[in-house]
Write a protein that binds this ligand. Structure first.
Ligand SMILES: Cc1cc2nc3c(=O)[nH]c(=O)nc-3n(C[C@H](O)[C@H](O)[C@H](O)COP(=O)(O)OP(=O)(O)OC[C@H]3O[C@@H](n4cnc5c(N)ncnc54)[C@H](O)[C@@H]3O)c2cc1C
Length: 540
């Protein structure tokens, strides 16, 4: 094996958190590894930045904002806590209503009962059963996130064994459980919630998890699964569906992974955009950077969007036609707009007044009044081709528990919002985005009348910005929609959901693979494991 400066055992393309996780595992296994990141910094969508020119002391989680689905094994294998990974649980889910009432899903069952009973006593009584049901499905489906999807439909001996192993994993579902899972995969979040509850306000709150990052409203079939996907993680505290704020913002998670990788000898290069992945006779050989520099390795891990990896960086002639068509048809729309506000004081909601820190400030503060409200937000963008007049928002204030982000007294309001038209990824739409952000702020201001006047500065990031800056094609936050036709053995293409690709030695580790999206590192870890299984890792 050659050992020149440009010869490595493993090259990772893309320094988002998945690329860094992969790099860390490979280097820990003794492989000479380099991670190549196009931007001036690593982390991708797991990023902390100081976007306000006049207030460089205020930092925000630029894109992703809360943690949940990262397996404990990755956290401990990479010793992430030692390198600064520190996640604090979010507070309760809170929804203020224009009529002056509020609904809060506390971590305490008795308090939740009391709050929900103000809207429906029947729902308050049934909510614990819903949670138990969700947990029973999550207990079976959750571990599948760490399972390599089998090649369904293949009759080769190895693939049949994989299929049998998958079935074995879900054996505890029983006939009833299989029906439940089938429902989850095929139903809309609205229909599922209608089966359980009567209060539109409670259903609106629960529907939020069904639409995060999807190009679909809660009435669309398949959104019930998204609801489950966002409810099966935890932050290592064993509490189903718990989410948390990383101290120092989401960039601190990526920094911890990078430090772990570098500690084990992984080289991490920024400003190193890959222009080509080199292949010969169906085997990966190396990469060429935009600068013209060539790097060689027998193992390449792609941790970038599949349409970048397979349609831009690799010569299509090298790939099977069917695979190219699948990647071309990959659905990657979203209509997400991230708004980060710097505030001089906490919002004082009319339903629960006061600018002093209260429990509801530490959790999610959504604009998800009812399923109809959320569906309308989607239809505005989908059918009316305009930014929603009443956007859906998942809002939270990380500075309520993370004082590393801003000076005392200053807060950051993170607003994950949907939807704008899917083709806004093609043009900046700057003025329309600012008008859309004004509408979001107006709605919050109607609930918390001090909000608008407390805004020190704001950052509005649309689908175009996300595509241009990070390579999130179409602005989709997960490198591809979490729709039923793009899950498990179909993610990102039938026959290639095992983190392998049609090119030998080339593995895929982005959020477009099974278990993506989210800042969970699973794809980066699985790509390493598959390379290990293939005995592809050499050690210089
Ligand atoms: C607005 C927003 C909110 C979100 N909220 C959450 C949340 O709260 N919680 C959660 O768990 N998930 C959230 N997500 C999803 C999550 O952030 C992503 O699924 C995850 O970060 C993707 O990680 P990745 O490493 O696979 O890819 P990315 O983070 O996209 O990283 C890919 C990297 O590859 C680089 N790159 C691209 N092309 C090249 C090239 N040619 N050469 C070299 N490098 C290249 C990019 O610059 C980028 O750094 C959110 C995402 C967004 C955008």
């Amino acid at each position: 094996m050659k050992t020149g400066t440009n010869h490595y055992d493993v090259i990772v393309v893309g320094g988002g958190h998945n690329g860094l996780v992969s790099g860390a595992y490979f280097s820990r296994a003794g492989a000479r590894t380099v991670v190549l990141e196009a931007r001036e910094k690593t982390g991708g969508a797991a990023d902390t930045s100081a976007p306000f020119a006049d207030h460089p002391e205020i930092r925000v989680s630029t894109y992703s904002y809360v943690m949940s689905l990262m397996p404990g094994a990755i956290i401990s294998d990479l010793e992430l806590r030692r390198f600064g990974y520190d996640v604090s649980p979010m507070g309760p889910y809170y929804q203020a209503h224009p009529d002056g009432r509020s609904l809060t899903l506390w971590h305490d069952d008795a308090r939740t009962y009391e709050s929900v009973a103000n809207f429906s006593k029947k729902d308050a009584e049934i909510l614990p059963q819903w949670e138990a049901w969700l947990k029973s499905v999550a207990d079976v489906m959750g571990p599948l996130l760490n399972h390599v999807p089998p090649k369904l439909g293949s009759f080769s001996a190895g693939d049949l064994i994989d299929q049998a192993q998958t079935l074995w994993k879900v054996r505890s579902l029983g006939a009833r459980g299989v029906a439940d899972v089938t429902r989850l995969f095929t139903m809309s979040a609205t229909d599922l919630l209608d089966d359980w509850f009567e209060s539109e306000e409670l259903k609106g709150m629960l529907a939020a998890n069904g639409v995060i990052g999807t190009w679909a409203g809660p009435d669309s079939p398949g959104t019930a699964y998204v609801l489950l996907h966002h409810s099966i993680g935890d932050i290592g505290d064993g509490k189903l569906g718990s989410w948390g704020y990383p101290q120092g913002g989401m960039g601190a998670v990526a920094d911890a992974i990078r430090s772990s990788a570098e500690h084990s000898g992984c080289e991490v290069r920024t400003d190193a955009r890959v222009a080509r992945i080199l292949t010969r006779n169906g085997r990966a050989e190396g990469v060429v950077l935009e600068s013209g520099e060539e790097l060689r390795a027998p193992v390449i891990v792609s941790a970038v969007h599949p349409q970048i990896a397979f349609l831009r960086l690799i010569d299509r002639q090298e790939l099977p036609g069917e695979f190219v068509s699948d990647i071309e048809r990959w659905k990657t729309r979203s209509g997400v707009v991230k708004i980060n506000l710097a505030l001089s004081e906490l919002p004082s909601f009319s339903a629960n007044p006061g600018t002093e820190l209260q429990e509801h400030h530490t959790g999610g503060m959504a604009l998800s009044f009812t399923p109809d409200y959320v569906e309308r937000a989607f239809q505005d963008a989908h059918m009316e081709r305009r930014g929603s007049t009443g956007p859906f928002v998942d809002g939270c204030i990380p500075t309520s528990v993370d004082r590393k982000l801003a000076p005392d007294g200053i807060h950051v309001f993170s607003l994950f919002t949907q939807w704008v038209p899917k083709n806004w990824s093609e043009e900046p739409h700057r003025e329309e985005l600012e008008a859309y952000a004004d509408r979001v702020i107006d709605i919050y201001d109607g609930l918390a009348p001090n909000l608008r006047r407390s805004i020190i500065d704001r950052q509005v990031i649309g689908p175009y910005d996300m595509e241009q800056e990070l390579g999130l094609m179409g602005g989709n936050i997960f490198h591809g929609e979490l729709s039923v036709d793009q899950l498990f053995h179909m993610r990102p293409a039938p026959g290639y959901a095992d983190y392998r690709t049609p090119i030998r030695g080339l593995y895929h580790a982005s959020s477009a693979t099974h278990a993506g999206g989210g800042v969970n590192g699973i794809a980066g870890w699985q790509a390493f494991r598959q390379a290990q299984k293939d005995r592809a890792i050499r050690r210089s």
